[in-house]
Write a protein that binds this ligand. Structure first.
Ligand SMILES: [Zn+2]
Length: 198
C-alpha cells in the first residue's frame, strides 16, 4: 500500500503535516456521515412582525411567533438538507438555493430536502438513519414528534423507526431561550446503495 505520507509534486513534504498526497489512509467502508445546523429568528406573525407560520419538518405548529425566512423557514428540513449535502461533501443549502432567488420565495422546504435526497441517490448512496435536535423554548414539540418523524422518514425513504427527533429548550438564556430564535441540528448516515452491513 502506498505510504499516505509520501511527498508528491502536488503535496510537497512540509506543505501540510506529513506531506499527505491524497491517498486514503483508510479504505472506503461504504459509509458517510453528515451534519447540519440551522437557526431562524422568530418574530411575531404578520401583521405584527415578519414571522411566517412556524413549520418544522413539514408540520405546522401553533405559535404566536414564526421564522423570518425567504422560504417557508422550515429550520428542521434545512438542517437535514445540509446534513445530506455535507455527507456528500457538496455545497450547502444556501449555495444550492440562494435566498435572493425569487423562485424560492415562500418555497416549501421539502423541495430543498427532496433535491438533497435526489443527489444522495444519484451519487449511489442511501440514507441509513437520521437524528435531529430542535431547540425551541416554546411551544414544546413533543405532541408533533410523531408527525415530524413520519414526514422526515417519507422524504428520506427510510422507516420512521430510524428517524430521531428530540426537543430541547435553551433554559431561557440567549436568543433561543428568550423565544427569539429556533435552532436545529441533524446528523445523517449514508450507506452505499446495495451494500449490506451486519
Ligand atoms: Zn433555514
Amino acid at each position: 500500500m502506498t505510504d499516505p505520507r509520501r511527498a508528491t509534486p502536488d503535496h510537497p513534504a512540509g506543505a501540510v503535516p506529513g506531506g499527505y498526497d491524497g491517498t486514503p489512509a483508510h479504505p472506503d467502508i461504504g459509509l458517510r456521515i453528515g451534519m447540519g445546523y440551522d437557526l431562524h429568528r422568530l418574530e411575531p406573525l404578520a401583521p405584527h412582525g415578519a414571522g411566517r407560520p412556524l413549520v418544522l419538518a413539514g408540520v405546522p405548529i401553533e405559535h404566536d411567533r414564526g421564522p423570518v425566512a425567504h422560504s417557508d423557514g422550515d429550520a428542521l428540513y434545512h438542517a437535514i438538507t445540509d446534513a445530506l449535502l455535507g455527507a456528500l461533501a457538496q455545497h450547502d443549502i444556501g449555495a444550492l438555493f440562494p435566498d435572493d432567488d425569487p423562485r424560492h420565495e415562500s418555497a416549501d422546504s421539502a423541495i430543498f430536502l427532496d433535491e438533497a435526497v435526489r443527489r444522495v441517490h444519484e451519487a449511489g448512496w442511501r440514507v441509513v438513519n437520521a437524528d435531529c435536535v430542535v431547540v425551541l423554548e416554546r411551544p414544546r414539540i413533543g405532541p408533533h414528534r410523531g408527525d415530524m418523524r413520519r414526514n422526515i422518514a417519507a422524504r428520506l425513504m427510510t422507516p420512521a423507526e430510524r428517524i430521531g427527533v428530540k426537543g430541547k429548550t435553551h433554559e431561557r438564556v440567549d436568543a433561543v431561550g428568550e423565544g427569539r430564535a429556533v435552532e436545529t441540528h441533524a446528523v445523517v448516515l449514508l450507506a452505499r446503495a446495495g451494500a449490506h452491513h451486519a
